[in-house]
Write a protein that binds this ligand. Structure first.
Ligand SMILES: NC(=O)c1ccc[n+]([C@@H]2O[C@H](COP(=O)([O-])OP(=O)(O)OC[C@H]3O[C@@H](n4cnc5c(N)ncnc54)[C@H](O)[C@@H]3O)[C@@H](O)[C@H]2O)c1
Ligand SMILES: N[C@@H](CCO)C(=O)O
Length: 353
């Protein structure tokens, strides 16, 4: 039986959801995917950290109501989030990075990824910071150390877009994309169409686990800007930084704007896009657009995301699915681990007794 030891960095909505899945689905994964996951360490800013070489019980982790510093009650635990010690010393094959996204410099998550990869540990992450800001460096580091840096959940949560385009649209000649890439702002715009106030709608998105720790990142377009950078660099071979992408969020839209659009048979959406220019350069942008109802992105509602990929050989191909949510994003982490597992010659497989 193949077992992957994993260490969770951050134990908020997403990594907690992964632990929930581990608690209930390990037997299914063993049967269908050929591996099970064993949590050997967790580190969280609020809860502290714990290393347990034989593994922590996922159900206990999920069901215990830990107070601040509560991991100190566990054997091998501390009230401090000793991320560096956990990443470097825990006997983990895979580091699962799901701390806050820092849209400015990606830290401390970039360092978390660096420590893991330098130590020969795979990284799977839903954190957009390290991917948008340091993907090239981290991919090179992973290659040098014979491990993988995987980040499917950094764009569109568990809905496959990065790996899907890479694997199944190879050769289709992608020229650009436009999409709804932030679940929170799309959810908020939808709620405003029903007459709900902007702040109440943001609060609801927070309660549903869609929003960033600071929801300004969602409604002001910073989150979409990171996602445009990730997709443009990954799929169009660009070398954009967040500062290269023009950005405008949805906070300036009023109830009257929403109403006027509705009466005109259209709908506001926050659109992230990038195009390849004639000279080969790539331009990205984030802005609210008033789309006619017949536009393919106009009907995308709630926290659902969609991206229309403009290809030379196939025309437009649209991928749609959940763009946020705890379990949905935890699934992205699982899909990254499946990708690692499926790599021929992966040297992390362990035959447990
Ligand atoms: N929730 C979603 O729908 C979703 C979807 C895609 C990507 N993401 C990204 O995944 C990551 C996690 O999302 P989430 O919803 O679980 O967020 P969250 O705010 O619920 O949890 C983040 C956790 O990380 C911990 N943390 C923050 N900084 C830390 C540090 N330096 N060291 C240790 N722990 C730290 C916090 O205490 C918190 O428990 C974020 O980067 C987010 O942008 C989230
Ligand atoms: N806060 C983000 C999470 C997914 O990256 C969103 O609402 O889309």
């Amino acid at each position: 039986m193949t077992v992957y030891n994993i260490a969770l960095i951050g134990f908020g909505g997403v990594n907690r959801a992964l632990a929930e899945l581990i608690a209930s689905k390990n037997p299914l994964w063993e049967r269908d995917l050929g591996f099970r996951l064993n949590i050997v360490a967790v580190s969280d800013l609020y809860l502290g950290s714990v290393i347990s070489p034989n593994g922590l019980d996922a159900t206990t982790l999920v069901e215990s109501k830990f107070a601040k510093g509560g991991f100190s009650q566990l054997s091998g635990g501390s009230a401090e989030a000793n991320n560096e010690v956990v990443i470097k010393n825990a006997p983990a094959d895979i580091i699962v990075e799901a701390t806050f996204t820092n849209p400015k410099d990606g830290e401390p998550a970039v360092s978390h990824c660096r420590w893991a990869l330098e130590g020969g540990k795979h990284v799977v992450t839903t954190n957009k910071g390290p991917v948008a800001i340091a993907a090239q460096e981290l991919k090179a580091l992973a290659k040098k150390n014979g491990v993988r840096f995987e980040y499917e959940g950094s764009v569109m949560s568990g809905t496959p877009v990065i790996r899907m385009v890479d694997k199944t649209l190879a050769g289709a000649e992608l020229n650009g994309f436009e999409g709804i890439l932030n679940g929170t702002s799309n959810f908020v715009l939808g709620r405003m169409e029903t007459g709900m106030d902007f702040s109440a709608a943001v609060k609801e998105a927070q309660e549903l686990g869609y929003a960033e720790a600071d929801p300004t990142a969602d409604v002001e377009g910073f989150d979409v800007r990171l996602k445009v950078v990730i997709l443009a660099n990954e799929l169009l071979g660009a070398n954009l930084t967040p500062d290269d992408v023009a950005r405008k969020g949805i906070s300036g839209l009023t109830a009257a704007d929403i109403d006027t659009a509705k009466k005109a048979g259209s709908r506001w959406k926050l659109i992230g896009s990038a195009i390849r220019n004639a000279d080969g350069s790539v331009t990205g942008s984030v802005e609210p657009k008033c789309l006619p109802l017949e536009h393919p992105l106009a009907a995308v509602s709630g926290a659902t995301n969609a991206v229309s990929l403009n290809t030379e050989l196939l025309g437009s191909v649209t991928v749609t699915g959940p763009g946020a949510g705890r379990i949905e994003t935890a699934y992205a982490l699982l899909s990254d681990i499946v990708a690692i597992h499926n790599l021929a010659g992966a040297n992390l497989k362990k035959e447990a007794a």
